[in-house]
Design a protein around this ligand. Sequence first.
Ligand code: UDP
Length: 559
Amino acid sequence: MLSGEAMTVLNARYLREGETPEKMFWRVAEYVAEAEAFHGGDKQAACQEYYDIMAGLEFLPNSPTLMNAGRKQAQMAACFVLPVDDSLGDIFDTLKHAALIHQSGGGTGFSFSRIRPKGDRISGTNGLASGPVSFLHVYDAATEVVRQGAVRRGANMAVLRVDHPDIEEFITVKRDRTVLNNFNLSVGITDAFMAAVAQDRSFALVHPRTGRTVRQVPARRLFDLMAAMAWENGEPGLFFLDTVNRANPTPHLGIFEAPNPCSEQPLLAYESCVLGSVNLAKMVAADGQGLDYDRLSGVVRRAVRFLDNVIDRNWYPLPAVAEATLRTRKIGLGIMGLADLFIMLDIPYGSKQAVLLTADIMRFITAEARRESARLAAKRGPFPAYPGSIYEHSIGPVRNATVTTIAPTGTISIIANCSSGIEPLFALAFSRHVLGGQVLASINPTVLAYLDKRGLLTADVEEAIKRQGSVRNTGLAYHVKQVLATAHEIRPVWHVAHLAAAQRYTDNAVSKTVNLPHKVTPQDVARIFSLAYRSGCKGVTVYRDGSRNQQVLVQGVAA
Ligand code: UDP
């Protein structure tokens, strides 16, 4: 049932002593289904349903659920955001909280924007402030130490607002590639900044405490610096603060300042969110002509109940996290296997048809998930912060303030043996460095099946795939090369188009890297950033092929 790669991953971290994958899925299903009992539902039936969708690899929850369900401290959420205030006590309190979250398998996002700039006076000691970037190093070092004892490596996101006086230092800090390896960095971009860039105006950097202007900088110079650094190193990403906050379902509770580590989940201070993903490669209709939407609907409904139950069965690492999470009951159902689906349907990822399908799928999933959340609300009550939320004057009671998120699915897609999230295939054959150095090699089974079915799997083609991870240099027909185009062969605008299409129908955000060929210029990166903003994305991350020394994914299987 499971691939060799899946077994390697499961054995390394997920399976307990003597546990088989079947037993793991039962453990998770039973533990989560227990919530049905206190909501007056049928626990046994729910348990079987959850087992079936997980064991059938139609749906998988995020890694912490698979790892921790049934444990004494069953911390099952992947995503957290913690507030960082401008005092030494607060900064170190939050660091402690982050360490506890990492230990339990969660990733943390922070905004460092409230911290006073470097060189500012500290009234209590008459000393000089060291600035937000200095504390990033402290957080990074702590994360590095905690990873030893944690269920998995702690990941962090740091956001700094574009109008913070230390923004240039933040943008360029990773030029030294030895630092902040446990952090993803994103600049918190405002509409005002993007307008200043468009009009080539100067832009004010303001003191976060006093609001006074510290310096004026040409907006475009700052924007170009971000593009140049992202071109060089893939970072920083951009996080569009105003776009994100326009979609805040509970503005009466606060604003979004940062997302979780891989950017797919903006959260309020202390909120956590559990994610899960439907494997679209398992949703192809029997005639192979499109999606089986009835089946997809069934899986989505069960997945929503599952994730809502996780909230009740969860162990929360901090009282503040329990309180914030239980107030909004956010869940993040998403997709994986999208690239596999396109290949199975013979549609190029870089095509209008594919982009429309991405939008259709997410529109359908969000609508079905919302309906299920409303059904749950009818039985179990709406989320406690429902009064004052955007739903109060629109669709009425729902159980969850958000229902959809598109996660990277870095590990669960390996377990499900499908393409990750909404990414195109990175290579048609690849080796991966995972879990601290092991190399897993494989040739994509969807690609093999596609070629085989059409009688195109010649020895030459197989050889090309193994050597180059691509069919670019083969004699295959143009259409076939389009369908099997890999991430760097697909034009960057198509990456943005899928990101924007998915975002339009996703409550939370979408994790996706815009992969760029090696030859693009920093100006091309700036154009991608602008395009992502204009098309309504909540954030954007680029990666230029070959720009980092050690890549997570290496094209082609070593011959
Ligand atoms: N995450 C983490 N450490 C990791 C990988 C992921 O803390 O090593 C968190 C992080 O918040 C990320 C989220 O898990 O955004 C989801 O990542 P992904 O979908 O790749 O996780 P999976 O469930 O596939 O393991």
